[in-house]
Design a protein around this ligand. Structure first.
Ligand code: PGA
Length: 274
């Protein structure tokens, strides 16, 4: 019973209150009217509260793009799960742009901001403890893909991310399979390949850790150059439960992307309203 979920990851864009509100006002009613898929906006921290306010009358979800795992403390510039709880419902964790240190200094202590496997695991535990749904990103780089290491690498990331959770907690997570080479490049992975990695690797590892029921319950998105033209092909895949969308979530065409996602769903997909 998996309700598909389309999340827009704004990254470091539309972070001024005026531009964020102008965009959300443009899309919110049409996004809200779409049935059958959960839709989530993940803007920068600077506009979370303002966007939360104008999404209040809608069923559109709101997410942050990262967080610390501690509730409070001397962590300059960090945002805690306690600060996010009540403000939004989702949090993206372990995005490759943060894992690889593109937004921090590589090879530093995990508290410096680089999202190592260990940090991602702590953050997932903290998010769930605060009632936030983690959107956990995993994915191999081009060299790993070409060397045939996708299964081993992505499987290892999933195992590290979900370590120590209960089966119920694992089911609460959303996992986003985002091959790094497909992000922001305009070169999406093929739907068949995505379906295979999600089914064999991500659900396979989840089944190994938590049992088959949890593996069938956890929602797994695809991310990497998703747009309104290719979303239907991904949604038609039985293992794919939606998408994490970067660049294409910043334009009003995002509404059309989500509409196509909703109508491309396999009508036989077992799903439950959340
Ligand atoms: P993209 O980004 O859709 O711009 O490729 C996806 C992501 O990084 O989540």
């Amino acid at each position: 019973m998996r309700q598909p979920i389309i999340a827009g990851n704004w990254k470091m864009n539309l972070g001024r209150v005026d531009e964020a509100l102008a965009f959300v006002r443009q899309v919110r009613y049409r996004l809200n009217a779409i049935k059958g898929v959960e839709r989530v906006l993940c803007p920068p921290f600077t506009v979370l509260a303002a966007v939360a306010e104008i999404l209040r009358p809608t069923r559109i979800g709101l997410g942050a793009q990262t967080m610390h795992w501690q509730d409070e403390g001397a962590y300059t510039g960090e945002i805690s799960p306690a600060m996010l709880a009540g403000l939004c419902q989702y949090v993206i964790l372990g995005h490759s742009e943060r894992r690889t240190g593109r937004v921090a200094v590589p090879d530093q202590d995990i508290e410096a901001g680089v999202e190592s496997d260990d940090a991602v695991n702590r953050k997932i535990h903290a998010a769930l403890a605060h009632g936030l749904v983690p959107i956990v990103c995993v994915g191999e780089n081009l060299a790993q893909n070409e060397a045939g290491q996708t299964h081993a690498f992505v499987g290892g990331q999933v195992r590290a991310a979900l370590a120590g959770l209960t089966a119920k907690q694992a089911e609460m997570c959303v996992i986003a399979y985002e091959p790094i080479w497909a992000i922001g490049t305009g070169k999406a992975a093929t739907p068949a390949e995505v379906n295979r990695v999600i089914g064999l690797t991500i659900r396979g590892v989840t089944a190994d850790m938590f049992g088959e029921a949890a593996a069938q319950a956890v929602r797994v998105q695809y991310g990497g150059s998703v747009n309104a033209d290719n979303i239907a092909a991904f949604m038609a895949m039985p293992e794919v439960d939606g998408a994490l969308v970067g660049g294409a979530s910043l334009k009003p065409g995002f509404v059309e992307l989500v509409q196509r996602a909703a109508s491309a769903q396999d009508p036989c997909r077992p799903r439950a309203p959340r």
